[in-house]
Design a protein around this ligand. Structure first.
Ligand code: DQA
Length: 148
């Protein structure tokens, strides 16, 4: 069975490091992706990291994920709060999806308190900054180990 994990970041997350650093920190997306690849290697899994500002591209990547991946980590950015299309793609998945947010969305504006993705997620990690992606990788790797 594959031990590859797809890590998807949605709109504006390409701007991490410069975008609202008081909320999202100074770590860039390239830094986070390098941290994820290192953590994946430590856990004996592989990480394929992608970012898109396009809702449709994210939907397509989620649809195709089961062909090559054992799980998906998704920070859909603002689409989390708006996209029924991403929810439907997540619901169609037969592999686990973990939702990640850098910030604690429940401490922020009320429109961020609801996430459509959560309805399709195995679990949700938010508020731990870039460490959240590593936590999600750890959770998925443990699930794969349990399944063996
Ligand atoms: C975010 C939270 C969203 O509300 C926001 O639109 C983002 C980033 C986070 O990682 O904290 O773009 O998903």
């Amino acid at each position: 069975m594959t031990r590859s994990i797809l890590i998807l970041n949605g709109p504006n997350l390409n701007l991490l490091g410069q975008r609202e650093p008081e909320i999202y920190g100074r770590t860039t997306l390239a830094d986070i992706e390098a941290m994820c690849r290192a953590e994946a290697a430590r856990l004996g899994v592989e990480a394929d990291c992608r970012q898109s500002n396009s809702e449709g591209e994210l939907v397509t990547w989620i649809q195709e994920a089961p062909q090559r991946f054992a799980g998906v980590i998704l920070n859909a950015g603002a689409y989390s709060h708006t996209s029924i299309a991403l929810l439907d793609a997540g619901r169609a998945l037969n592999i686990p999806l973990i939702e990640v947010h850098l910030s604690n969305i429940y401490q922020r504006e009320s429109f961020r308190h609801h996430s459509y993705i959560s309805l399709a997620a195995k679990g949700i990690i938010c508020g731990f900054g870039s460490r959240g992606y590593l936590m999600a990788l750890g959770a998925l790797a443990a699930m794969l180990d349990d399944a063996q």
